[in-house]
Design a protein around this ligand. Structure first.
Ligand code: URA
Length: 188
């Protein structure tokens, strides 16, 4: 396992998959490095690629608002990362091979952060981290404990921008996350 400094250096020079050829920036992750809560998205979009920070585009603005509802904030009490750290062209889903190449970096981040709660943002993260057959429409908001970490998935903020009808269910899921934070005695 690498420490934060070593891991950042390695990620920023990564050529493990083809995404390195089109990226402007590696989007390493942001937040409190020993946060109790980790959120994992899919992969950087255009704004993220240009700035090097996750969830800074329209979906990111919505994510920040969602976090505020449950007293979370990217700068003070959670960490935000992605399954792949470089932007897939035209925002396509990251390929299986790209996810495989990149996932060891996220695993190293998880080992360093040691979160108590891990929230998958959308299907891609849920299928990679919770269950390959994960059905986001059916299983969002359901909790599983894996290796001592409580995990659940919610709809991706981009899906909530496209389809506002999903928002009430997501509000319930956010309340369930807030409850889990309280049950585990996590100070915010
Ligand atoms: N969507 C993601 O999944 N991750 C980001 O960082 C931005 C948009």
């Amino acid at each position: 396992m690498l420490d934060w400094r070593e891991l950042k250096i390695l990620c920023h020079s990564c050529t493990r998959c083809g995404l390195c050829e089109t990226r402007h920036n590696v989007v390493f992750g942001v937040g409190k490095e020993n946060a109790d809560i980790l959120l994992v998205g899919e992969g950087p979009g255009e704004q993220e690629d240009l700035t090097g920070e996750p969830f800074v585009g329209p979906a990111g603005k919505l994510l920040d608002d969602m976090l505020t509802i449950i007293d979370l904030d990217r700068n003070s009490n959670c960490y935000i990362a992605n399954i792949v750290k470089c932007r897939p062209p035209k925002n396509r889903d990251p390929l299986e091979t790209e996810q495989e190449a990149c996932i060891p970096y996220l695993r190293n981040q998880v080992a360093l952060i040691r979160p108590k709660i891990l929230i998958c943002l959308g299907r891609i993260a849920a299928q990679r981290l919770i269950d390959p057959d994960f059905r986001i429409t059916k299983q969002h908001g359901q909790w599983v404990e894996k290796n001592g970490v409580w995990m659940c998935a919610i709809y991706h903020p981009s899906a909530l921008l496209r389809d506002v009808k999903k928002r009430p269910e997501t509000f319930e899921d956010l309340l369930s996350i807030r409850k889990k934070i309280q049950e585990l005695g996590i100070p915010l």
